[in-house]
Design a protein around this ligand. Structure first.
Ligand SMILES: Nc1ncnc2c1ncn2[C@@H]1O[C@H](COP(=O)(O)OP(=O)(O)OP(=O)(O)O)[C@@H](O)[C@H]1O
Length: 591
């Protein structure tokens, strides 16, 4: 029977085997292959963060290995630096080069992003071959081995321990990062920039962070490579290696840290096996192995689009759901706003798209403790008004005040920081992340730990508080039983509630709900209405855009009706229901 500790025992067994391998009668060739796998794994772990998790495809990672390798090669051979001193310098060089390159690259989107990485990947490779200090195409030789005291890591089986210690430490650090506040922000990048910005994630910074981190792991790999080979030239840092690293990450399962090691192992073992076996099988020394290798990889990617690691995970004993820390300090809360205080004041807001007036001098107010509904037929300008309030779109004229302060010029992130939380008409959740993690993302602005604390797992108390807050909000909206399920498993109604819990995790002053009842069944709508009333009783202020009249009528305190971008009526639901302009424009038979 599978016990919760089976996975732990399996991991411990694998580590033990890894530790003992060089002591067993294993041919040196295999040790060399394992060393190469270890070095490739370091680059691939970075790619998992960058491409698999962050969604930023890069073909240029081999170039960063080059920066790591050449930094140590030059400093140790020309200036007599100790290799241990060049370790931080090589990794720092990866980061220093990555910063300006990343600033340009991460601004690119769509196919321009991978094309950009191809371009600088090729350019840097040629640069290495042209610089005298780097030995041009001949490279640099005579690089000293790593040493501790008198012991020199000269043999393959001795440097094996150094390489794999770094691989395991880097994998654990990457895993720590992914399970942190910053890691959740990075994981949210795949869903597109708009949603994370609305929870307060600085998307540009998150992209740059992951770009720099991936470059640092590649530079670390380069440092190890230089001291393993003890001679370097530009060839291993070419764009074809960059493509191979990307392939390893994708075949392994680009979203999984341990998949990076698996992918690197698979690709390098497969290549080696084909190089040895194919000439014997088909009796020719012609270079057929690359063709077979390519065909096999295409077949693997066809059969397992998410890579092979998820399939391996299915074969492994299931791990127990993450346990929530029992004691966690409460996060800081905002001071409640007294009921009746004007919170949002939309004052003659105007938005034009070319010649089209989408929002035409619209004014209305949301007071603390109220539920206000914004209704109107298709194309009336509701979503545009919503986007103007949340900073996703900018006013052409007029102003919007929050708690007396103008919102114009503020980014969605800054508006979220003021306490405006939103949901989306088309829910924007991260299906592979658990409900708990999705909701914890909403509390992003309530934590402060950065990358270093996360990687070293020093963010534990704060992380416990963030998760406890997410749990509290999940239970508040009634999704408790689904806490550890992947959000992608939920039905649409539950997903909309999850988005509300995520918005509540921000500790908002006002909730903006974009068509929360769209696509829900009658029973689900009733449950949603009960939840929104309960939130109002607890003092929450809500502005909601809605199409379903019966849902709105029984729920809101105040209704604003738009038609062709213009406010045609506002007041209590009963008054609006009887307004002839509204009946003509929108309500029709419902009124
Ligand atoms: N980015 C844009 N560029 C150009 N026109 C736009 C843009 N966004 C909205 N519009 C136009 O502005 C008008 C108002 O659109 P909006 O999406 O705000 O209406 P809505 O009331 O939310 O409609 P629905 O209920 O269908 O979502 C529409 O005519 C729409 O085509």
């Amino acid at each position: 029977m599978t016990t919760p500790s089976s996975r732990f025992l399996l991991v411990a067994g694998a580590l033990m085997l890894l530790a003992l391998l060089p002591l067993l009668p294993v041919p040196p060739f295999w040790i060399t292959l394992l060393n190469n796998i270890g070095i490739a794994s370091l680059v691939t772990i970075g790619l998992v963060l960058l491409t698999g998790v962050g969604g930023l495809t890069s073909f240029g990672q081999a170039a960063f290995c080059g920066f790591g390798a050449y930094t140590t090669a030059v400093l140790t051979t020309a200036y007599g630096f100790s290799p241990w001193l060049t370790l931080p310098l090589s990794v720092a060089m990866g980061a220093i080069i990555a910063l300006p390159l990343g600033l340009i690259t991460v601004r690119l989107s769509g196919h321009f992003l991978p094309l950009g990485t191809l371009a600088w990947g090729i350019a840097i490779y040629y640069l290495f071959g042209q610089i005298d200090l780097l030995g041009r195409h001949d490279g640099i030789s005579g690089i000293p081995p790593l040493a501790i005291g008198d012991f020199r890591f000269l043999s393959g089986s001795s440097i094996y321990y150094v390489i794999w210690t770094f691989v395991i430490l880097t994998a654990l650090a990457a895993q720590n990062l992914l399970n942190s506040r910053i890691g959740r922000a990075i994981r949210a990048l795949r869903g597109g920039g708009q949603a994370p910005e609305a929870f307060g994630v600085n998307v540009a910074r998150a992209k740059l962070t992951v770009f720099v981190l991936a470059s640092m792991t590649a530079a670390l790999a380069g440092w190890l490579y230089a001291h393993m080979q003890r001679a370097i030239n530009p060839t291993p840092f070419s764009i074809s290696m960059g493509i191979e690293y990307l392939l390893m990450a994708v075949v392994g399962g680009a979203g999984h840290v341990w998949g990076a090691i698996f992918g690197a192992s698979l690709v390098l073992v497969l290549k080696e096996a084909l190089q040895r076996l194919l000439p014997e099988l088909i009796g020719t020394s012609a270079n057929f192995e690359m063709i077979v290798f390519g065909a096999l990889l295409v077949a693997i990617l066809q059969l397992a689009r998410d890579g092979l690691w998820p399939l391996v995970l299915r074969l492994l004993p299931a791990g127990s759901p993450p346990s929530l820390p029992p004691a966690a300090a409460d996060l800081e809360k905002r001071r409640p706003v007294p009921a009746g205080t004007p919170l949002i004041r939309v004052d003659k807001a105007r938005k034009t798209f070319g010649g089209l007036v989408a929002v035409n001098d619209v004014s209305f107010e949301v007071k603390a403790g109220q539920i206000v509904g914004l209704i109107g037929p298709n194309g009336a300008g509701k979503s545009t008004t919503f986007d103007l309030i949340t900073g996703m779109n900018h006013l052409t004229a007029g102003q919007i005040l929050f708690n007396g302060k103008p919102l114009s010029g503020l980014s969605p992130r800054e508006i979220a920081r003021l306490g405006v939380a939103r949901t989306f008409q088309h829910p924007k959740i991260l299906p592979d992340m658990s409900v708990l993690e999705n909701v914890a993302l909403g509390a992003h602005l309530r934590g402060y730990s950065g990358v270093v604390k996360s990687v070293l797992h020093l963010d534990r108390p704060e992380e416990a508080s963030l998760l406890a807050e997410a749990k509290r909000q999940i239970e508040r909206v009634g999704l408790g039983p689904y806490m550890h399920r992947p959000a992608g498993d939920l039905a649409l109604g539950q997903v909309r509630i999850l988005e509300i819990a995520r918005a509540l995790a921000l500790d908002p002053v006002v909730l903006l709900l974009d068509e929360p009842a769209a696509g829900l069944r009658h029973g689900e709508k009733q449950e949603l209405a009960v939840l929104l009333r309960k939130l109002r009783e607890e003092g929450m202020s809500i502005l909601l855009v809605e199409h379903d009249m019966s849902f709105v009528m029984g729920l809101v305190d105040h209704l604003v009706v738009l038609d062709f971008g213009t406010r045609i009526a506002e007041g209590k639901p009963q008054e609006v229901r009887e307004n002839p302009a509204v009946i003509a424009a929108y309500l029709g038979g419902v009124a």
